[in-house]
Design a protein around this ligand. Structure first.
Ligand code: FNR
Length: 188
C-alpha cells in the first residue's frame, strides 16, 4: 500500500481546502493500493528551536514528524494567504524540516482552493520550498480552484459536489501515485 499524508493549510472549520482533502480521501478508495491519511497540523506549537532538547522535539512535533517519515507521499491543500502558503502550513513544514529532514525523497502534490488567484502563487512558493527539502512535486496536472465562485462547487458542509472537479482531483492522485512508485523504486 502506498501511503499519502494529507495536510491542510487552513485551520478553520468551514475550510474549502479541508473539503478538497475529504474528497481526495473518498476518491482514493476507488484507487487500488492508495491510502490517504489526514493529519491535523493545528496542535503544533509555533516553531521555536528553544523547544528542541538534545535533538528531540516536543511530543506533538515528534508524532507529526513520524507521520511524515513513514508516509511515501504528501498531499498539500492550502489556501493562498498574501501570495504564499498559509502561516500554519509553513510552520508545520519547518518543524518537519529540522534534522533529520523527514520530507526528503518523498513525492508530493499540491491543490488549492483560494480567492481570485485560485492559489497559483502559493503553489509556486510551496514548490520552491520543496527544492530545499528534497520534496519532489509532480508537475502536472495542476489543480487550482476559486473557492468563492458561484454556483459553489461545495455544499453547505463544504463537501465537494462538482463531478468535473472531482475528476480533476482524481487525475492529480493518479499522477501522484505513478510518480510515487517511481520514487519508491529508487529508494528501496
Ligand atoms: C486570503 N485569501 C487570498 N486569496 C487569494 O487568492 N490570494 C491571496 O493572496 C489571499 N490572501 C489572503 C490572506 C489572508 C490572511 C486570508 C485570511 C485570506 C483568501 C483565501 O485564500 C480564501 O478565503 C480561501 O477560501 C480560504 O481557504 P479555506 O479556509 O476555505 O480553506
Amino acid at each position: 500500500v502506498i501511503k499519502v499524508v494529507a495536510l491542510c493549510g487552513s485551520l478553520r472549520t468551514g475550510s474549502f481546502n479541508r473539503g478538497l482533502i475529504r474528497a481526495a480521501m473518498e476518491i482514493a478508495k476507488s484507487i487500488n493500493g492508495l491510502e490517504i491519511e489526514y493529519v491535523d497540523i493545528s496542535p503544533l506549537p509555533f516553531l521555536n528551536t528553544d523547544l528542541e532538547v538534545n535533538g528531540t522535539y516536543p511530543e506533538v512535533v515528534e508524532s507529526f514528524r513520524l507521520k511524515i517519515r513513514v508516509a511515501d507521499s504528501v498531499l498539500f491543500a492550502s489556501p493562498e494567504y498574501n501570495y504564499s502558503v498559509s502561516g500554519p502550513l509553513k510552520n508545520a513544514i519547518d518543524w518537519a524540516s529540522r534534522p533529520p529532514n523527514v520530507w526528503a525523497d518523498k513525492a508530493a502534490a499540491v491543490v488549492s482552493a483560494s480567492g481570485g488567484s485560485r492559489g497559483q502563487r502559493s503553489q509556486y512558493h510551496l514548490r520552491q520550498i520543496g527544492v530545499f527539502l528534497d520534496l519532489h512535486f509532480i508537475n502536472k496536472p495542476e489543480f487550482f480552484l476559486n473557492a468563492h465562485q458561484t454556483p459553489s462547487k461545495f455544499d453547505s458542509d463544504r463537501n465537494l459536489i462538482d463531478d468535473s472537479t472531482k475528476e480533476s482531483l482524481k487525475q492529480v492522485l493518479l499522477s501522484l501515485y505513478a510518480f510515487m512508485l517511481r520514487l519508491k523504486g529508487k529508494r528501496d
